[in-house]
Design a protein around this ligand. Structure first.
Ligand code: ADP
Ligand code: F6P
Length: 324
């Protein structure tokens, strides 16, 4: 093996740069040339490749976003585009590819592996929603940004005895909502994985007030319900409460990656190169019980579903069920 390439795909996530840096450092350490593919699978098909050096990557370990840029490129689901990508990789003499992204991006890596081109995945998405792994790069940073914003909102909420409904990201998964909600002491956490009744959420906020709380906080995952709709229905059921809705949106995808995101990104980036050198393909790296773990893409993505931390969710439900 002489040359490998790395790309980022799907929504960017803080820590992706740390993973890119580790791939380049480890590749160079093994005497390889490492190419960056710009704009995800679109760049792969169009041949937007550039040779990366240590000076391109070393300072990026502390930066959010992705220095390789990202794209959503649905065309890549079609075989003719995947074949075009392989022609480009062959044209540049590239032997193997590291894909940093979410489960959609992993499906792209799998399709290349099935066509005979070795590709391994590194989980990079703030949603933490990839089956198998308990952790994805960017999740820790996103939770910390969300929590910081919720703490600020809680200051003004308390000053006016208000109820705030804060919508956090998470298209299909409630992980950000659960972690930020538990850490903020939310009265209710609403996630796409669990059915809920707005009446029950109202009851929890009222119970909190009766127990002496001077504001109420609901953390809502975007995949569960639209925040404006939620606030409207909540207000009808709780006409005495002053309710406001806030959407944190893309601020959760930006900012300095946390130490945890950088450390796991570094571990995964370096290991991905070792695995390619060993001749592996159609696998991805993840974390289980704090240890770096190798997962088979087909086995895991097709047969497993992502699990949220039910223990944390249930604990919050229990703590805020004040019995009225
Ligand atoms: P994420 O990787 O964060 O889950 P997406 O689901 O948007 O984000 O996927 C990112 C990109 O991966 C898509 O824009 C597309 O280029 C590629 N992709 C997604 N699904 C597939 C698939 N089934 N086969 C091949 N490529 C795919
Ligand atoms: O997958 C990451 C994510 O940030 C989701 O939480 C969110 O729903 C989505 O991407 C937003 O995508 P876009 O930036 O394309 O609007």
């Amino acid at each position: 093996m002489k040359r490998i390439a790395v790309l980022t795909s799907g929504g960017d996530a803080p820590g992706m740069n740390a993973a890119i840096r580790a791939v380049v450092e480890q590749g160079i350490h093994h005497g390889l040339e490492v190419y960056g593919v710009y704009y995800g699978y679109r760049g792969l098909v169009e041949g937007d490749f550039r040779l990366l050096t240590l000076s391109d990557v070393h300072h990026n370990i502390r930066r959010g976003g992705t220095m390789l840029y990202s794209a959503r490129y649905p065309e890549f689901k079609h075989k003719e585009y995947q074949e075009k990508a392989i022609s480009q990789l062959e044209k540049f003499g590239i032997d193997a590819l590291v894909v940093i992204g979410g489960d959609g991006s992993f499906a792209g890596a799998l399709s290349l592996s099935k066509l005979g081109f070795p590709a391994v995945g590194i989980p990079g998405t703030i949603d933490n929603d990839i089956p198998g792994t308990e952790y994805t790069i960017g999740f820790d940073s996103a939770v910390s940004v969300a929590l910081d914003a919720i703490d600020k909102i809680s200051d003004t909420a308390a000053s006016h005895n208000r109820t705030f409904v804060v919508e956090v990201m998470g298209r299909h998964a409630g992980d950000i909502a659960i972690w930020a909600g538990v850490a903020a002491g939310a009265d209710a956490i609403i996630i796409p994985e669990e059915e809920f009744l707005i009446e029950d959420v109202v009851r929890r906020t009222e119970a909190g007030r009766s127990a002496g709380k001077d504001y109420s906080l609901v953390v809502l995952a975007e995949g569960a319900m639209d925040v404006d709709n939620f606030v409207e229905q909540f207000q009808i059921l709780a006409p005495d409460q002053s309710v406001r809705g806030v959407t944190l949106s893309h601020i959760q995808r930006g900012g300095t990656p946390t130490a945890r995101d950088r450390v796991f990104a570094t571990l995964m980036g370096a290991r991905s190169v070792d695995l390619l050198i060993e001749g592996q393909k159609a696998i991805y790296l993840g974390v289980r019980e704090e240890q770096l773990t190798v997962f088979d893409i087909v086995e895991t993505l097709e047969k497993t579903e992502h699990q949220v931390r039910q223990d944390l969710f249930q604990l919050n439900q229990k703590l805020t069920d004040r019995g009225n």
